[in-house]
Ligand binder design. Structure first.
Ligand SMILES: *[C@@H]1O[C@H](CO)[C@@H](O)[C@H](O)[C@H]1NC(C)=O
Ligand SMILES: *[C@@H]1O[C@H](CO)[C@@H](O)[C@H](O)[C@H]1NC(C)=O
Ligand SMILES: *[C@@H]1O[C@H](CO)[C@@H](O)[C@H](O)[C@H]1NC(C)=O
Ligand SMILES: *[C@@H]1O[C@H](CO)[C@@H](O)[C@H](O)[C@H]1NC(C)=O
Ligand SMILES: *[C@@H]1O[C@H](CO)[C@@H](O)[C@H](O)[C@H]1NC(C)=O
Ligand SMILES: *[C@@H]1O[C@H](CO)[C@@H](O)[C@H](O)[C@H]1NC(C)=O
Ligand SMILES: *[C@@H]1O[C@H](CO)[C@@H](O)[C@H](O)[C@H]1NC(C)=O
Ligand SMILES: *[C@@H]1O[C@H](CO)[C@@H](O)[C@H](O)[C@H]1NC(C)=O
Length: 870
């Protein structure tokens, strides 16, 4: 009976453990954003862990650096068969102890990083069973000589990369187990204390091929003098890909003794950077390397030599003459002032020469003698002022010369190049010398004559020219300019080309550049673009006009091929979108947009175009008028702007109209204030005359007229035939209405606006005949607006709108007063079919006679909707 019960309790117990386990895991997962397991990566940086956390069994990368883990032993990890990378670097504890077989449960581990643990205590069997490990990082662990001399790495038969830098290793006698590490490629012993290394010490490395071996920063051979006869060749029978012995403070004697000692050892790349060879500047008692310094390396097959960052002052004759296999030589940042005749003799295979950041002042015809194969010479940041005509003449394979940041005044002869950097010099002209290049950098010089561009664009094969930050300000066109340039890219930014074109000089400078695709003209103080300036640029794709002073772009100024235009930071007021039609990318940020009706075309275009607008929309903002300063164009709503009005004469008409209305209004106010009494007397008189003149209306109402017909003068003919003849009683006895219209009833001499106003007030209804002409006629729209205002002020709906002709809803809606009317009321449309006219007129008559009262409620809302921008 008890048996099943214990069984069930056991199950319960297991579930409980499982439950606790998962909740612990969950807590760790959600404890912090940097402590989680996801997509087979377990990320536990800075999680205050003191033990290895539980992670999913399919974890591939397990990152545990920056925690407080003190101890790792065989029980720390569950079986993680897929784990490839484990990091337990930099624990904040005083020390980390790795116990016996600590990584036994990680059979496929390939990368193990234990670096930067201040004290790492390793069990001799710590790394057993890691047969797939390829990378082991033990840098900065305060490890001593024992780490190499004992058999810690016994099982690491796949090891390729061993990083033991920044430890406390003083002598090198690697354990014979290293014979078995056949895959070992890279051993890093940088920043240790190995001061001496002699033949026999590295016996267990013998037979290794292509080893990358770093003894950088060890004070090797530095403090104690070495008896080289006894020491022998420390690298005997080792085949080195790279030997890094830089930063060991080696002077010429050490280098010479070392290279003699390792004679015959194969070294492909020797790094000797941060040496102290050379006299430096101003010392004479210290030796520069000479023809015997590197002589010992003659049979090493050296192909790359780095002797940068030192004090070599003079490159002596034949200094490299034994290094006949050398292809790459780095002399960057020495104090080289003199290159003696024959300095590069023997370097017939040299391809790359870096002489940048030295103290060279001049280049002679013999300077580069012997470099038959050199393709790249870097001479930037010297003080080169003078270059002899034939300095580069014999370098038939030369492809790239970097002469940036020197003091060159006259362009040197560079006959074979593809790339020439001549930026940051003192060139004032490009004439006189021959140059061949595909890519020519002349930035930051003192070129002034834009005519030089004709010469440069004639260089055979030239494709890229960089001329920014020069001083182009005048232009003398050379005589024999031929067509057919291959130029693709031209940078003329940050010059003063305005001064050239303002004087109408060289306006044809781009005409022959039919292959040009990219042109930079930014920061040139340009206020206008000469109309034909881009003629001939049939391939132009990108044009940079940023940061000029352009305020207007004339139509057709850009070539049709243009796709990308930067006109940011100019003074454009109201550009015509027509000039942007071909573009797919446009930057028009930071201009001085004048936000009135004339801008509506641009706004409409911006809202509908497929062209990508570069930069933030908020950087396309109004500058004028002041009320809109800083408002982004994307926030503007233009109301009551008719696109046709953009033409200047019409603008002027609108201006006159507004002024007249304003003057009339002010006059009216003054007259009214001062002559109120007289006005009233006159009003009475006129009214009496009018009433006497006209027949009494058929019904006894307060109105003189039944309706005021408001239409454009141009439509009078039509109105007379279609409406007046059928409605007005003077036209026919059958008609019963007394209508008011301008041609007959307006007082001559009276100002037009008061005529309109009187007509509206004296009529029961106002009928607006809305045609295309009507909308264009300011008086008519004003009349409509005025009649409408009675709706709001007197709560009388006196307005009848008759739309005639093919005006679309959209066209009508463009006009504020019409829109306001349409929002509250229906308009009548003149019938298209002749049969319906009788019915229509009947309907209209009915409307004239019915009085419409307005409900007060809706007023407030409608009034609010009248608010307009612009
Ligand atoms: C680790 O401890 C520090 C200080 O005690 C605390 O600020 C931090 O939030 C903790 N981090 C985690 C992931 O718990
Ligand atoms: C090690 O790698 C090899 C091939 O990369 C693989 O076949 C083997 O399963 C891996 N694991 C062990 C423990 O050797
Ligand atoms: C270089 O070797 C020579 C000859 O063995 C010796 O006289 C000299 O002291 C050595 N120089 C240095 C710096 O080891
Ligand atoms: C080095 O140059 C000197 C004189 O310039 C010459 O006497 C000597 O033979 C040269 N040494 C070698 C190894 O070429
Ligand atoms: C020459 O060395 C300097 C410094 O390392 C480097 O900036 C420059 O790119 C090198 N030149 C070339 C052509 O690689
Ligand atoms: C842009 O177009 C959308 C619809 O096409 C319209 O809703 C929006 O008001 C327009 N914006 C402007 C500034 O015209
Ligand atoms: C914008 O692109 C759409 C889809 O590619 C196209 O239908 C439309 O005509 C384009 N509009 C303009 C103004 O080019
Ligand atoms: C246009 O030129 C300005 C000023 O040089 C720059 O800030 C901006 O990034 C350029 N725009 C594009 C799209 O390259």
């Amino acid at each position: 009976m008890t048996c099943p019960r214990t069984f069930s309790i056991m199950i319960l117990h297991q579930e409980l453990i499982l439950l606790i386990g998962t909740s612990l895991l969950a807590r760790e997962i959600f404890a912090s954003t940097s402590c989680f397991s996801k997509h087979q990566i377990s990320m536990y940086y800075f999680c205050n862990l003191t033990e290895i956390p539980l992670v999913p069994s399919d974890t591939v990368k397990f990152l545990l650096s920056f925690n407080n883990i003190k101890q790792v032993n065989a029980n720390s990890f569950p079986l993680l068969e897929q784990l490839l990378l484990l990091e337990i670097g930099l624990q904040f504890t005083h020390s980390v102890t790795i116990g016996k077989a600590a990584f036994e449960n990680l059979p496929n581990l390939q990368v193990l990083d234990l670096g930067a643990n201040r004290h790492l205590y390793l069990d001799p069997d710590a790394f057993v069973s890691l047969s797939n490990l390829t990378v082991l990082r033990l840098f900065g662990n305060a490890l001593g000589d024992y780490i190499l001399q004992d058999n810690y790495f016994q099982d690491l038969i796949s090891l390729e990369d061993l990083d033991l830098s920044s430890n406390r290793i003083t002598s090198l006698r690697p354990h014979p187990l290293f014979y078995n590490l056949k895959s070992l490629k890279r051993v890093n012993l940088k920043y240790n204390w190995i001061q001496i290394l002699c033949e026999g010490n590295l016996d267990s490395f013998q037979g290794k091929t292509s080893l990358i071996f770093s003894l950088n920063s060890n004070h090797l051979y530095y403090s104690s003098s070495v008896d080289w006869a006894k020491c022998g060749n420390p690298l005997r029978n080792i085949n080195l890909d790279t030997l890094d012995v830089g930063s060991n403070g080696w002077h010429v004697d050490i280098v010479q003794n070392f290279s003699t000692a390792v004679e015959g050892t194969s070294i492909t790349f020797l790094k000797l950077d941060h040496h102290i060879m050379g006299a430096g500047f101003g010392f004479v008692n210290i030796k520069d390397p000479d023809n015997s310094t590197f002589a010992g390396l003659a049979r090493s097959g050296l192909r790359l030599l780095d002797i940068s960052q030192g004090f070599i002052f003079s490159l002596n004759p034949g200094v490299f003459q034994k290094l006949t296999d050398l292809e790459w030589l780095n002399l960057y940042n020495n104090k080289i002032n003199q290159i003696q005749k024959g300095a590069f003799f023997g370097l017939g295979k040299l391809n790359f020469l870096n002489l940048s950041y030295n103290l060279l002042g001049e280049l002679y015809d013999f300077t580069f003698g012997g470099l038959h194969n050199v393709a790249i010479i870097d001479l930037q940041k010297n003080h080169i002022g003078a270059i002899r005509e034939n300095s580069f003449k014999d370098l038939l394979r030369l492809k790239m010369v970097n002469l940036r940041d020197n003091a060159i005044k006259i362009i040197p002869s560079l006959p074979t190049l593809t790339t020439a950097y001549l930026g940051e010099n003192k060139l004032v002209s490009v004439r006189y010398r021959t140059i061949a290049a595909m890519y020519l950098d002349l930035e930051k010089n003192r070129l002034e004559n834009l005519g030089d561009l004709y010469i440069l664009s004639q260089i055979p094969d030239i494709q890229y020219i960089f001329l920014k930050q020069n001083r182009f300000s005048y232009c003398v066109k050379p005589d024999n300019v031929m067509a057919n340039s291959q130029l693709i890219y031209l940078d003329l930014g940050e010059n003063m080309i305005k001064l050239v074109w303002d004087r109408n000089l060289c306006l044809d400078v781009f005409w022959e550049l039919s292959k040009l695709q990219v042109l930079h003209l930014n920061n040139n103080y340009l206020t206008t673009l000469p109309q034909d300036i881009f003629r001939g640029l049939a391939s132009l794709n990108r044009l940079n006009l940023a940061s000029n002073l352009l305020f207007y772009l004339s139509p057709g100024v850009f070539p049709e091929s243009l796709k990308n235009l930067n006109i940011s930071g100019n003074q454009l007021l109201s550009p015509d979108p027509g000039v942007f039609m071909t573009l797919s990318i446009l930057d028009i940020t930071h201009n001085r947009y004048f936000c009135d009706c004339t801008l509506s075309n641009l706004l409409l275009w911006l809202n509908t175009t497929n062209t990508t607008l570069a930069g933030s929309q908020d950087d396309i903002y109004c500058v004028h008028p002041p009320a809109f300063a800083g408002v982004p164009l994307s926030l503007l709503l233009f109301d009551g702007c008719n696109e046709d009005e953009i033409l200047k004469p019409l603008q002027f008409a609108v201006f006159i109209f507004t002024s007249v209305v304003l003057v009339m209004f002010i006059t009216a106010v003054i007259v009214f204030i001062h002559l109120r009494g007289t006005c009233f007397v006159w009003y009475k008189k006129i009214k009496r005359i009018l009433v006497d003149d006209l027949r009494q209306a058929p019904d006894a109402s307060a109105y003189i007229y039944d309706a005021y017909l408001c239409y454009s003068r141009k439509d009078f003919e039509w109105v007379q035939n279609s409406l007046l003849k059928h409605l007005d009683s003077q036209y026919s006895d059958k008609n019963r209405f007394t209508l008011c219209f301008e041609e007959r009833d307006f007082l001559p001499g009276e100002d037009h606006i008061s005529n309109i106003r009187d007509a509206i007030w004296n009529s029961r209804k106002t009928i607006c005949i809305v045609t295309r002409q009507f909308l264009k006629d300011g008086w008519c729209v004003e009349a409509l607006n005025f009649a409408q205002s009675r709706y709001f002020c007197d709560l009388k709906d006196v307005l009848i709108v008759v739309v005639v002709g093919s005006l679309s809803q959209y066209q009508l809606m463009k006009y504020k007063p019409v829109r306001v009317f349409m929002q509250r009321s229906r308009y009548m449309r003149w019938p298209e079919d002749h049969q319906d006219i009788g019915w229509f007129l009947n309907n209209l008559s009915h409307q004239i006679l019915t009085e419409k009262k307005v409900k007060k409620k809706s007023n407030v809302m409608e009034l609010q909707s009248i608010a307009t921008i612009s």
